[in-house]
Design a protein around this ligand. Structure first.
Ligand SMILES: Nc1ncnc2c1ncn2[C@@H]1O[C@H](COP(=O)(O)OP(=O)(O)OP(=O)(O)O)[C@@H](O)[C@H]1O
Ligand SMILES: [Mg+2]
Length: 248
């Protein structure tokens, strides 16, 4: 589904990605781990067109998307969350989700801002889908609250729901459980675990090893922009190179 070949990206001489290559198959959850500054979020930024790579190739379902802008990449079926969430905090929860539906986005934005009297069938359907997603996540009672009034854990959950609303084939989740309570963590674990059953693949960045070990089919460990180890979770966790990097 996703094939990345020899990606390179430097920031002022600092190599954030150094000949990084990997593949992601259909219906799998790949864990991307590594110390702070390893280049994990940069990889997401480059895949999703937020940052242009210096060199390398990204192929998604047969399309070379290396130079594509982010809106085109979302349309092709890759969506993401951000480490810093980036919800629109002054807007209701429901509207944050509606903005993420993957078609007629211009119309969607205008409708949300200007509220025309006749709401299109598409918008009604999307509203229903958004409410269904909120119910699935167990926060349907928050639909009309401003996103900024949700707890931090609920905001993390909302950012995943927004990602689901795009109905993408590949979801890139950047630290979806960092800093949240165990109950919310379990809820998010269930939601992510169910994604392959819905025909979706995931790359998951997370520092919590226990979470990673419970949820991932495969792990990639990176350090200073380079892939150091890759394989089934047990193998990677016990790789001496990985143990050494975590103990440094
Ligand atoms: N937009 C940017 N401008 C300049 N330097 C950047 C930028 N984005 C990332 N970097 C640098 O690239 C390197 C990799 O950063 P990145 O955010 O990808 O790491 P990370 O693995 O996601 O770390 P963390 O676990 O702390 O989130 C770091 O040295 C970082 O300072
Ligand atoms: Mg990061």
């Amino acid at each position: 589904m996703l094939k990345i070949e020899n990606l390179n990206k430097s920031f002022d001489g600092v190599k954030a990605l150094n000949d990084f290559s990997c593949v992601v198959h259909e219906n799998e959850i790949v864990g991307l781990i590594g110390p702070n500054g390893a280049g994990k979020s940069t990889l997401f930024n480059v895949i999703t067109g937020f940052i242009e790579s210096d060199r390398g190739k990204i192929e998604f379902n047969g399309n070379v998307i290396t130079k594509y802008p982010s809106h085109k990449i979302i349309k092709l079926g890759i969506s993401r969350t951000f480490q810093d969430l980036r919800l629109i905090k002054q807007m209701p929860v429901l509207d944050n989700i509606l903005l993420c539906f993957n078609h007629q986005q211009n119309e969607q934005i205008q409708n949300i801002i200007f509220r025309p009297k006749s709401i299109s069938k598409v918008e009604q359907d999307n509203k229903q889908k958004a409410l269904d997603l909120l119910r699935y996540a167990g926060i349907e009672d928050k639909a009309n609250d401003l996103a900024g009034t949700l707890s931090y854990g609920q905001q993390k959950l909302l950012s995943i729901i927004c990602c689901l609303a795009a109905d993408s084939k590949l979801l890139l989740l950047d630290e979806p459980i960092a800093g949240i309570n165990p109950e919310m963590r379990d809820k998010i674990l269930t939601i992510i675990s169910e994604l392959p059953l819905k025909g979706k693949s995931v790359i998951l960045i997370e520092h919590d090893m226990d979470f990673i070990m419970r949820i991932c089919n495969r792990l990639i460990f990176m350090d200073t922009g380079t892939k150091v180890s890759e394989g089934i979770p047990e193998e990677v966790r016990n790789d001496p190179k990985v143990i050494e990097a975590y103990l440094e």
